[in-house]
Structure formats: C-alpha cells, structure tokens
Write a protein that binds this ligand. Sequence first.
Ligand code: DP6
Length: 402
Amino acid sequence: MPGDSMDKPNIVTCTAPVNIAVIKYWGKRNEELILPINSSLSVTLHQDQLKTTTTVATSTSFQEDRIWLNGKEEDITHPRLQSCLREIRRLARKRRNDGDPALDSSALSHKVHICSVNNFPTAAGLASSAAGFACLVYSLARVFGVEGELSGIARQGSGSACRSIYGGFVQWIMGQKDDGQDSLAQQVEPETHWPELRILVLVASAERKPVGSTSGMQTSVQTSSLLKHRAESVVPGRMVEMIEAVRRKNFAAFAELTMKDSNQFHATCLDTYPPIFYLNSVSQQVISLVHRYNRHYGETRLAYTFDAGPNAVVYTLQQHVPEFVQAVQHFFPPESNGGQFIQGLPVDHAALSEELKQAIGLEPMPKGISYVISTKAGPGPRVLEDPTQHLLGSDGLPKKTV
Ligand code: DP6
C-alpha cells in the first residue's frame, strides 16, 4: 500500500510485452522527443513467452535514484531513462497540484530504485528495449500514482516501446505537432481479435547486432532518399491497408504487406550510406523458404519480418504451424543434443511430404537457427499483486535470486 510507513518502501512490480512491427518504424524527425518520420503498426507478443519484469520502489531511506538491469547496476543518468523519470514525476506533481485527493504524494520527494529482468536473452536481438521501457514507465506510473496515457512517455525511452503499452494490434500514430503531444500509440484491435494468429521467433544468432537501431536510423535519415520516399509516399497507404487487413482478419493481405514492408525497411538500410546489413545468409534462407512454401500451396500461408538483426519472425495461422516447424527443422537441422529446439506454445508433430521438400529444394543449413519460440498475440502490461514476485527486497536492493 502506498505510503504505509515512513521508511518501508512503496513498491510495485509489473510485467510488459515485446512487440514486433509489421509496418516498421525507421527514422526520427526529433531525436530528443523520439518523434518518428512515419506511423507504424505492431503485434504485441504474449507475455507467457516473452516479457520484462520490473520492480520500482521509493523510500525516504534511499539516497539516490538507482537502476539494475538483468542483475547489473547501470547508469541512471542515461538521458532516455532521465526523460521517463522526469515525465512521470512531472505528471505526478501536476496531479498533486491539481488537488487530486486520491493521490499519495509522499513518494514524489523520494528517490527511486528500479530493478528489471527479461525472461529472454537480451543478446538474442529481440526487441528488449521496447518491453523494458514500457515496463519501466508502467511501473513508475503505478508507484507515483500517475494515470492515463503512458505511451507518450514510453516513446521517450525508445520509440517502439510506446506500442508495448497496449496488447493486441497496435498503431503508433506519428503525429504532426513539434512537441510530440499527438505522437502516441493506440490499440487497433485487442489480443482476442484474431485467436488463430501465431508468431514464431526464429532465433538465428545470439550475437549482438552490429549497428544499433538508434544510430542506424539516424544515418538512414541523413543519407537515404529511399527512406524519405518510403515515409512520405509508401507508409501512409500501407497503414490504411494494414489496419483493414487486421480488422478483416485477412491473412493473405496482412502477410503480403508485412513481407513487403520488412523488405522495404531492409532496402532503406542498403540505401543508407555507408550501407547497413541486418540480414545474413540464414535470414535469406528463411525468406526463400517462406516464398517457396507459399508458392507450393498457391496461397500466402506464411509471412516473415526482420528488425535490426538477423532473427526472423514468422506470422502464420495455427493450422500451418506444425508443418512449417518441421520444414524449419529440416532446412536448419539443429544440434542433436541441442536441448529444446521449439520453446513456448506446444507444437504438434507433423510429417513433411517429399513434394514439399522438393518444392522448397534448399540446401539445409545445419545449426543456422538455434531455437524457435512459438507464441501468439497477448495483452499489454500488468501489475503483479503477489509480493513474493518483487525483484527488490525490503532493503531496496535486488534480491539474491535476481
Ligand atoms: C527495426 O525503437 O529500438 O525494430 O527509438 O531509437 O529506441 P529508438 O529505436 P527502436 O527502433 C525499432 C526499429 C525496428 C522497427 C520497429 O520496431 O518498428
């Protein structure tokens, strides 16, 4: 309970999801406020498979703001962390000054301790900053008693984080204003809208990505005329079509737009000078596999998308998952003792027909994919009510188990 006693910390733990864009965000018009040059749209992944957990505590006894990420203390003066902290404290102060009687404002003068962990490897190249900043902002808001729109604050931590504030299908509307007040995320449809939709994360490499998205997109904005064309003339129409495809659960339309948009994003990376390469030979093999699979069936059953790294994310419908997973296992044979190749939602066994193998006709790439996470669309951030799940102890320091 907030403000129970003077030096017992006021403590909250929340979890937040990863999201994977099907219309990509790439390029800022304002670096500090993190305002994008185009709108984007993503699917929020289920937290049963991928999530960040964050505990935030405030106490009179804390000397300074501190943060621990995945077990290691990090620098709290990082400008993006500071933006989020400053915005939440500003809104809390505003609520107090507006005389909200429900607000316990004692926390406002206290220092904050933050502890955050991912249940997936950060180095796997999954969108950890999106889940991380969404979780940070959601937890801070709870501790400081801030309600209402949070995506505009999460955006200032990492652009894609604003979309992780909501579950299901989420658009980030780029907005027009210079102060960013209208650059916000909005739910298009909830996670229950399209229950057959499945998402497979094909982890191609555990190496860190070569060029981070923040600096990569900066160079693209400065040098790529294709990116300018994309932002001004391609994405606006695609956003309309994508929202329509989602609303109607039109998988073929959804899938084709997803693949084209991923391809165009990577084309803008190649058009950047000097060029940026996120896709590797494993990614290219996944692209071929997907197109040949779809061609064999004369129907678009699979869609790939890639972010700033070589991992593929494949969207498909539940009924196609077992056979596709078999195909992945056939064309990317895993190590025989390599633990669990398929993680997450259980996948039934299926046979792979000779015709399909022949139609795909690729040379297998042993160990090209280290594992696959099978998941679906999921809800937005939530509060964990069970106090045993706090990552910080009553002394305000990370528990030994973290
Ligand atoms: C390729 O949100 O990580 O994943 O705003 O600089 O923190 P910053 O960048 P970030 O960029 C994500 C880029 C992307 C596409 C997307 O998620 O829309």
